[in-house]
Design a protein around this ligand. Structure first.
Ligand code: DLL
Length: 433
């Protein structure tokens, strides 16, 4: 099922031509309508006339999250505020939130991008979709909402939280698809099991999960507990919100809608482009956004891109799963640690629930590295020797994957706080910055 065949299956040379025309246009728009981009380009001795095609993209300056904070709230808007019909914001890790603005046309592009995602995952106009991403300043809820309306499906605008009611209405309204974070999907699966309502009474078949990193193991866990097929949907506030890309039925990577969002992969240290297929940091230039265009925005997400045509017929570039962020990578006792590596080991170990917490601290100038893992009720026991054996096993497995030994703390079932939105998996008390 392909929503916009002309674009999603376009020949590469044609796509590049379209991208080049649009790149030139967006650079002109940003240059003439924001002092920020004009200033940056002037510092580099550039004018919009220097950009002829996408091959010239490397001449352009990068944009980073701090630039959005420095221009808080509306400094990067490229149209008068009277043209902005919606604002969204993201809290970020520290300090002021970042704010984004959409024109009416931006909202229509966004809902089309999300429609492509929903359709790629098999959602049609005959289906009800429960949107359990948070509504509000976060882009998840309203982003998915617009996409469902665009394809003519039935939106169930649940937002996150109120888990018992989520399950009741999912059951009573016959939701065919669920959109929420993967960690909330796991929690919903757990709660359905506890509710005693037989799973066969639900119509649920499709999940659209994103907004946080997750793994193949987590996909299996969710598919098993909800009895559905789970698809990865990707996006970020700065670029538009959810719907920058999504998996298709083949699940050979996330197709990015590159007629609107031009992706590049760079080496985060040298800032030079890497070869296709090689991992690095994802950078986007919005090609059609009016309200707040983004030029070479550094996402900090680490992944790689594949340009070979997909078996589904789409030529739209495929992105690998997000391995982590170039800025949330933990360095513990000098070793690079990605929370996703720890997660994949925990999910491969049948005795544990997929809920964990990494706590990093520094005592006497040495990093401490604790992982709290939740044992499944059927393995929960008072017998010390069994607990110790389990602890030894998971310690060795994690050490073999990441190279350093964690202190494992096995905790009781249900003791790690469940998340309604993005799960918080890491507490870093070292305050190294
Ligand atoms: O999380 C937008 C979104 C909402 C995407 C709903 C998908 C579904 P932000 O709050 O700005 O926007 O966070 C963006 O979340 O740079 C990634 O690090 C991470 N992220 C988003 N989707 C995925 C995904 C929304 N599918 C940041 N896999 C991004 C891994 C993801 N990480």
């Amino acid at each position: 099922m392909i929503w916009n065949k002309t674009i999603e299956c376009m020949r590469r040379e044609e796509m590049q031509k379209l991208q080049s025309v649009r790149l030139k246009r967006v650079v002109e728009h940003a240059y003439h309508n924001t002092s920020f981009y004009r200033g940056r380009m002037q510092e580099m001795g550039l004018t919009p006339d220097d950009i002829e095609s996408i091959d010239d993209i490397t001449k352009l300056p990068f944009t980073v999250k701090q630039d959005l904070r420095d221009n808080y709230p509306f400094g990067l808007m490229a149209v008068p505020m009277s043209e902005i019909v919606r604002l969204h914001a993201s809290s970020g890790t520290t300090g002021k939130p970042i704010v984004v603005g959409y024109t009416r046309k931006d909202l229509s592009i966004w809902s089309e991008a999300v429609a492509r995602c929903l359709y790629a995952a098999g959602v049609t106009r005959n289906d009800a979709v429960q949107v359990s991403y948070g509504y509000g300043l976060f882009t998840g809820g309203l982003g998915l909402h617009g996409g469902v309306e665009n394809i003519g499906g039935t939106v169930i605008p649940m937002s996150s939280g109120n888990t018992q009611k989520q399950i009741q209405l999912m059951h009573d309204f016959g939701a065919k698809a669920l959109a929420c974070t993967p960690s909330y999907a796991l929690f919903l699966g757990e709660t359905i099991k506890e509710s005693g309502i037989p799973r066969k009474e639900f119509q649920l078949k499709i999940g659209l999960f994103g907004a946080e990193p997750w793994t193949e193991n987590m996909r299996r866990e969710i598919e098993e507990s909800l009895g559905i097929k789970a698809y990865d949907i990707y996006g970020l506030t700065e670029i538009i919100g959810p719907g920058v890309g999504c998996e298709c039925k083949c699940q050979h990577g996330t197709h990015l809608w590159e007629d609107h969002f031009l992706p590049e992969i760079i080496d985060p240290n040298t800032l030079q482009p890497v070869k296709p297929g090689e991992p690095g940091e994802l950078v986007f230039t919005t090609l059609t956004k009016e309200g707040m265009p983004m030029i070479r925005y550094r996402t900090r997400d680490l992944t790689s891109l594949h340009y070979e045509k997909c078996d589904c017929g789409r030529t739209a570039v495929r992105m690998d799963r997000i391995l982590g962020r170039s800025d949330d990578m933990l360095i513990i006792r000098g070793v690079n640690v990605f929370p996703s590596q720890v997660e994949s080991v925990i999910l491969e170990t049948p005795e544990f629930e997929p809920h964990y917490l990494i706590i990093v601290d520094r005592v006497n100038n040495t990093d401490t590295f604790q992982i709290q893992v939740e044992v499944r009720p059927e393995y929960y026991t008072d017998e010390m020797n069994k607990i110790l054996a389990l602890k030894k096993k998971i310690t060795a497995q994690i050490q073999s994957v990441i190279g350093i030994q964690p202190e494992i703390k096995i905790v009781e079932p249900h003791s790690i706080e469940r998340s309604m939105g993005k799960a918080k998996h890491v507490i870093d008390n070292r305050k190294l910055v």
